[in-house]
Design a binder for this molecule. Structure first.
Ligand code: HEM
Length: 499
């Protein structure tokens, strides 16, 4: 993700992450040992038989400014360069100023955990997100963020999330029935996964349902994400906010619609709570949440911003991880057979995540290959160093799961779909900061357990109901980066019912 000249590419000094050696000049050599996270299933399956999903080929040379902006707007993941996938840190000076891309696990820990006060969410990310999401947890900063995070943390703890198992199973079973009736006809898998994640959110945020057309909210969210998706060059160059952006103007009606529905829901729920009859869903929990330090609740505005945030942050992300998992399974008969055996073994009725380690591994491997959030960015609050590389105040630092998860120094056969990497017996070979679909540190995704639980349960229901087949004439299934990562030409597969 870079244009312009490269400053330096030395390996980082604070270097617990990689097995590596360097020459006197500091240039990087291939690692002595095998990459981390190596050798999982050589005995079980020959590497040649593994599925390697097609993806844009990394660039050899940096793009010129005009080509870079065009590519960044069309599909930002096409702008990554080969060096990003091979070196621990890459710094470059270009049209967007200095950008440092970090893929060294030790330096990532430093950036996101140890020196968290030295960096803030960058203006670019905020300019793109904040107009739609209000000041919810995802876009808030400083004291406002700290207060919200403290107050919201209990809502997403393990026990509360487990309480949503039945709702997730109900949505998954409904999807399974719908797919089972398709009788081998093509299904828009991406659309179905988006529907089911919205169904889960409706069942967990608003158990009493949405007023009016239940699909309308989903449509507004999709339109909103589509409108804010492309990076606007005006944002990149820091043009002041009062200059209208095309994407933002398109997002405005969708944002307004969102806000009105949510206002109505809050007002109705408050009335129900006053009568002492409220269901224990996320809306009630949000309205009842108290800051453990002060006992204060959230303002109505903060409740609203967070409902919109949960929907926007939790809906497409989880849907996309399911979509990519089903695509990879359709191309890997051995993995498909193994997941079917596990799901069948789990028996009838509701699923529990603990019974589905391979299903979970498929989801995690799909999120490695196709991280729903392909990059995180931060801005240096003051001058700093990442290893030997200077990070000037105000410059941008990126951790890109898209790059990190396919990094040649960290993964064996990084392009291959190998769910076995994530089975419990292999899991500890994966370094904590080499796999970051949910980020890390204080700003780690608050919905992580929620979405893993949801994705595993829904995938199990789909596998129980149908087996998908990709038609021979389907366009290539390649990733498009639009806030999240989705198949560029959609994913239409034939659903054959399993008896
Ligand atoms: C596969 C599904 C998901 C993925 C891959 C994902 C990914 C992420 C990532 C990478 C971040 C950190 C961003 C950063 O550090 O700049 C994040 C933050 C966040 N996510 Fe998720 N997310 C998912 C699902 C969810 C769900 C289901 C919810 C809520 C119901 C949610 C709510 C949030 C919120 C509120 C934040 C901001 C946390 C903070 O800044 O304190 N996410 N997510």
């Amino acid at each position: 993700m870079q244009c312009g000249a490269y400053l330096n590419e030395p390996p980082a000094k604070r270097d617990a992450g990689f097995p590596r050696r360097t020459d006197k000049s500091g240039a990087l050599f291939p690692p002595d040992k095998e990459p981390m996270n190596a050798t999982i299933d050589r005995a079980e399956r020959e590497p040649a038989t593994r599925f390697r999903p097609p993806v844009p080929r990394p660039l050899r040379e940096p793009l010129g400014l005009f080509d870079f902006l065009r590519a960044a707007r069309k599909n930002p993941i096409t702008t990554w360069m080969d060096v990003h996938f091979r070196l621990p840190v890459v710094a470059a000076e270009g049209a967007m100023g200095r950008i440092t891309v970090v893929s060294d696990p030790a330096l990532i820990r430093y950036l996101l955990v140890e020196n968290v006060d030295g960096y803030r969410k960058d203006d670019l990310q905020r300019r793109v997100l904040a107009p739609g999401l209000g000041n919810g947890l995802l876009s808030a900063e400083g004291d406002e963020w700290r207060l919200q995070r403290r107050t919201l943390a209990p809502i997403f703890n393990a026990r509360t999330v487990q309480g949503f198992t039945a709702a997730m199973n109900a949505a998954g079973a409904r999807l399974g029935r719908r797919l089972g009736r398709r009788g081998g006809k093509p299904v828009d898998v991406a659309l179905e996964m988006t529907r089911v994640t919205l169904d889960v959110l409706e069942r967990t945020i608003f158990t009493q349902g949405l007023p009016g057309d239940p699909d309308a909210l989903g449509r507004a969210i999709t339109r909103f994400l589509e409108a804010v998706g492309p990076i606007d060059p005006l944002d990149v160059f820091g043009v002041p906010d009062f200059v209208p952006r095309i994407g933002r103007l398109r997002a405005r009606p969708a944002g307004r619609f969102f806000a009105e529905v949510v206002d109505e829901l809050i007002a109705r729920r408050k009335a129900v709570m006053a009568r002492g009859e409220a269901p224990r869903d996320l809306l009630t929990l949000l309205l009842a949440a108290q800051d453990p330090e002060t006992g204060n609740g959230l303002s109505d505005l903060a409740v609203k911003a967070n409902i919109v945030t949960f929907i926007a942050a939790g809906h497409e992300t989880t849907a996309n991880s399911l979509t990519w998992a089903l695509y990879c399974l359709s191309q890997d008969p051995a993995a498909q057979a193994r997941i079917e055996a596990e799901v069948d073994e789990a028996g009838e009725g509701d699923f529990a995540v603990e019974d589905l380690p391979f299903t979970r591994a498929v989801i995690e491997e799909a999120m490695r290959l196709f991280p729903p959030v392909p990059f995180l960015s931060r801005q240096a609050v003051r001058d700093d160093r990442l290893g030997r590389i200077k990070v000037p105040r105000g410059s941008l630092v990126m951790v890109a799961p898209w790059v990190l998860h396919r990094h040649h120094l960290l993964w064996e056969d990084p392009e291959a779909f190998v769910p076995e990497r994530f089975l419990p017996e292999n899991r500890d070979r994966i370094q904590r900061f080499a796999y970051l679909p949910f980020g890390a540190g204080p700003r780690v995704c608050i919905g992580q357990s929620f979405s893993i639980q949801e994705a595993v349960i829904v995938l199990a229901h789909v596998v129980r109901a149908v087996r998908f087949r990709l038609p021979a004439d389907h366009p290539p299934v390649t990733p498009l980066h639009r806030v999240t990562l989705r198949p560029e030409h959609g994913l239409r597969m034939e659903a054959e019912a399993r008896g």
